[in-house]
Design a binder for this molecule. Structure first.
Ligand SMILES: Cc1cc2nc3c(=O)[nH]c(=O)nc-3n(C[C@H](O)[C@H](O)[C@H](O)COP(=O)(O)O)c2cc1C
Length: 194
């Protein structure tokens, strides 16, 4: 069975196929993602909900072909992410704006960025692009390498994007992870009806 088949969510309830089909892949092919498609993904992210429509997100990205820029982002990843991310077609750093236009803290920025990233990933799934969010990166190095003003922007999650390749080309332990079925807590465990 291929990874895509193994990873599709087996659900208790009739969840939409797009949601069931998104999963965090590690084996990316050499195929580039067209710039127009990257912009489609970013526009999808921009249509996520956010507190007061504040849209407190910012994406910094490089295509694999942008060798120097790609390397800059890749070098900020932890060792557990670097091997397979080297083959991503696009690496993104998703950031929050820490303060709003009045200089007050954007208290829901983390929530809003998560919603934007999820929306981006679902759009990617619909376009047969696989994505993988990551918190395994060096924040101080990212701020330095990308010349971020740390009072304004905070890098929160990296996103690896690309077209799926065979799991067999991954080294262990990544190959096994690529071929292991996904699981979730049950609805009864994550919710309660008062
Ligand atoms: C904020 C966040 C940080 C994550 N960090 C990493 C990471 O550093 N490395 C990694 O391999 N996966 C990372 N993941 C992926 C999760 O492990 C994955 O989403 C989870 O196991 C569920 O699998 P699925 O996305 O395939 O459904 C992260 C996911 C999120 C949302």
């Amino acid at each position: 069975m291929d990874a895509n088949t193994i990873k599709i969510a087996i659900t208790e309830h009739p969840v939409q196929d797009l949601i069931r089909s998104r999963w965090s892949a590690r084996s990316f092919s050499e195929k580039a993602i067209a710039q127009a498609d990257v912009e489609t993904l970013l526009e999808a992210a921009s249509w996520a909900f956010s507190a007061n429509n504040s849209q407190p997100w910012h994406y910094i990205y490089a295509h694999h072909a942008d060798t120097e820029a790609f390397q800059k982002i890749w070098s900020c990843l932890m060792l557990g992410n670097q091997p397979w991310c080297a083959n991503a077609a696009v690496l993104m750093v998703s950031c929050i704006h820490k303060v709003n236009a009045e200089g007050k803290p954007n208290n829901w920025a983390m929530h809003d960025l998560g919603a934007a990233n999820a929306t981006l990933m679902l759009q990617a799934t619909a376009m047969s692009i696989h994505g993988h969010p990551m918190a395994g990166f060096d924040k101080a190095k990212t701020i330095e390498m990308l010349n971020l003003d740390a009072d304004i922007l905070e890098p929160v999650a990296f996103l690896a994007l690309g077209y799926l390749d065979e799991a067999e080309k991954l080294e262990e332990p990544f190959r096994t992870r690529e071929l292991t079925a996904r699981s979730r807590k049950g609805v009864g465990e994550i919710s309660e009806r008062l």
